[in-house]
Design a protein around this ligand. Sequence first.
Ligand code: ATP
Ligand code: MG
Length: 380
Amino acid sequence: MGKVLGIIGGGQLGMMLAEAAKTMPEITKVIVLDPTPDCPASQKGAEQIVADFKDRSAIITLAGKSDVITYEIESGDSDVLGSVMDKTDVNPSPETLRIIQDKLLQKQFLRDNGLPVSDFVGISGYDDLKAGLDSFGYPALLKARRDAYDGRGNYKIDSESFAQKAFEFFSGKNLMLEKFVPFKMEVSVISARNISGKIKSFPLVENIHENNILRQTIAPARVSKDVSLKAAQIANDTMSVLKGSGVFGIEMFVTNNDDILINEIAPRVHNSGHHTLQSSKTSQFEQHLRAILGLNLGDTTLLHNTIMYNILGPGDFQGEYDEPEISGDNVHLKMYGKKISKPSRKLGHFNLVGRNGQGIDELLEILDVLKSDSAVRPRV
Ligand code: ATP
Ligand code: MG
């Protein structure tokens, strides 16, 4: 008998998990919990419970209907998820989620396990911030410990005169301060750990952000063999101590000396893994489902050089929009079915796949043309 999969969150990640689930005989049905009626996952055939991600009774209802629960966002309530473990499996485990969803606990956990991170300190008041800035110097990043995404919970403090403003910006939230890493590249590893503890990673990719939001992922990352091996080792070591099963996105910095520091871990499928939909035999979405269902992990070999480009809502507009039309044998557009465009909202992505053996430079040239063709325009 196949299983019923429950997902906390039915945005684009939940949608692509639901699509992967359809291809797997082990899963008969997907139910998502999401506050937005007609969420992206429900448009692809998932049943939806319309409720807040942290709604206790909705989570209990979802647990009653599901054989296994997973999530596409890290802001779920780990206590409530922990309390339904007698009804259903929850993967990654609520304990792993509890550590990861608090940036300070996460960094402490990584440092305690000997993994490389930038210097950081917990901030309980303005005096702590001043002491931290004296010790780390400028710039430094003040970060909200919880519920941040797309860089919205970060404040870069360039000099002493911005300290007060930065502190007030967060008005009472729990905070941490981090030393700024002058990185030469941001990279990530999508790694999976299945229920029996087997770990498998996709090759290292390079991530280019614009205004703190991921815009472009280049697979594989343009780094030396040494750097990619080092990153793979760090990802593997991280997965060994994390314990939870599922796919994790491990974001890292490559410094000017080719050292690697972990920025943060997402306990879920990750935007920088979307290229796997076409570049690899197994997508990160199938891999996640394989991991949490106790199946063997799939092949993670990168078959083609690939660039993933995010389609974001334009900065000057909010409202209905026309979907871009781009095509080509090696262009794979995926829109997420969101009705309304908002500034920088992730509305879709496309993968440009080097199936004919194109190198990254050649793909980047093709991408230049596709970038403007894929721009979202207001509906008139
Ligand atoms: P996302 O949802 O995109 O993962 P987030 O809100 O969780 O983002 P972070 O990943 O902590 O935030 O930071 C967003 C971006 O800010 C990073 O990708 C990186 O470009 C930059 N950044 C974060 N921490 C540092 C640091 N210590 N030094 C330099 N840059 C940093
Ligand atoms: Mg991040």
